[in-house]
Design a protein around this ligand. Structure first.
Ligand SMILES: [Zn+2]
Length: 318
């Protein structure tokens, strides 16, 4: 009996062990790429904020806050990617995945506040402008800095997407697109500063308009990040399609009469499934344990290494 329960325990841990090995190689590659992005974002942040402040462009300062956010995101990823891939131990028996989730939640909250402040200041400038207050002309340096930032971001897009493809990391490829969208966001700033630079006072209003646009951009990005992080922290169920797939593969396991329940949640990189299966009350404990093991294996086969299945046996009626 003791031997059998050992075997089940081993099956539980199997997915974790594989994921752990994959995680370490990936984590190192991701970390190196993110480190480079982090440095670029820090440089852009300082350049944009200083030039924006002294060069009289709200939009460029707002853009600088966006870079501050990107820099913070990179920093969090650098600090937590290693931790979140760490396998379970006696202190955190489900692993450390939620460290990353929690930091994402914190960072997005911060970002929402920043976007509201930028938006408020942009609206304040617009109201002042509508009352006849003259807006200051952005400096020529603001145009140069924006162009430089856009080129740097497009470069990071190419670097991340090729590094992501090599490491087989979807996170890095997603990050690559983030860099490209940053370049596009800076286009609003570019239009704001260059039009008011080239075409005179009538176009200076484009600068606060651009800063409001960027605030909206940051707000939307923050809400998109905070929603899944909040869901995970609150143990929201996995998408319906995942539960359906899990139910199907357990139902197709030999010896399973029916599936009583499928409960699911996400824990960091893992999909967690708690499945109750009904088996004939006449089968031996040994056979029931084999059925549970086979059901867990089918979930592992279906969802890959990042799944924590747990199958419990319920005696079927009659
Ligand atoms: Zn960004």
């Amino acid at each position: 009996m003791i031997k059998k329960s050992d075997k089940i325990h081993h099956a539980h841990c199997h997915g974790v062990a594989v994921a752990d090995v994959m995680g370490h190689t990936n984590a190192r590659k991701i970390r190196r790429a993110v480190g480079i992005g982090c440095i670029v974002n820090a440089v852009l942040m300082v350049l944009k904020m200083v030039t924006g402040h002294y060069g009289h462009s709200d939009a460029l300062v707002a853009d600088g806050f966006h870079s501050l956010n990107d820099f913070a995101a990179d920093l969090i990823m650098l600090m937590f990617v290693g931790i979140s891939f760490r396998g379970p131990d006696s202190r955190y028996s489900y692993g450390y995945g939620k460290f990353e989730t929690f930091s994402t939640f914190l960072m997005s909250s911060f970002l929402i506040i920043v976007s509201l402040i930028i938006g408020y200041e942009g609206i304040e400038s617009l109201v002042g402008y509508s009352r006849g207050m003259e807006l200051e002309q952005p400096d020529i340096w603001t145009v140069i800095v924006v162009l430089f930032a856009m080129a740097a971001k497009e470069g990071l897009y190419h670097f991340y997407s090729s590094a992501g493809k090599k490491a087989g990391s979807k996170a890095l490829v997603a990050n690559a697109w983030h860099h490209r969208s940053d370049a596009l966001a800076s286009l609003a700033t570019l239009i704001g500063v260059s039009f008011s630079q080239l075409f005179g006072p009538a176009f200076r209003v484009l600068d606060p308009v651009a800063s409001i646009l960027i605030a909206v951009f940051i707000l939307v990005a923050a809400c998109r990040m905070i929603a899944p992080a909040f869901g995970e922290l609150m143990e929201c169920s996995l998408p319906e399609s995942d539960s359906r797939k899990a139910r199907e593969c357990v139902e197709n396991t030999a010896g399973v009469d029916s599936v009583a329940h499928v409960r699911s949640r996400r824990n960091g990189h893992y999909k967690v499934f708690d499945v109750g299966v009904c088996v004939s009350p006449d089968v031996s404990v040994k056979r029931a344990a084999e059925i549970a093991l086979a059901a867990e294996k089918s979930l592992n086969d279906e969802f890959g290494p990042y799944v924590l299945p747990s199958v419990s046996i319920i005696p079927a009626e009659e």
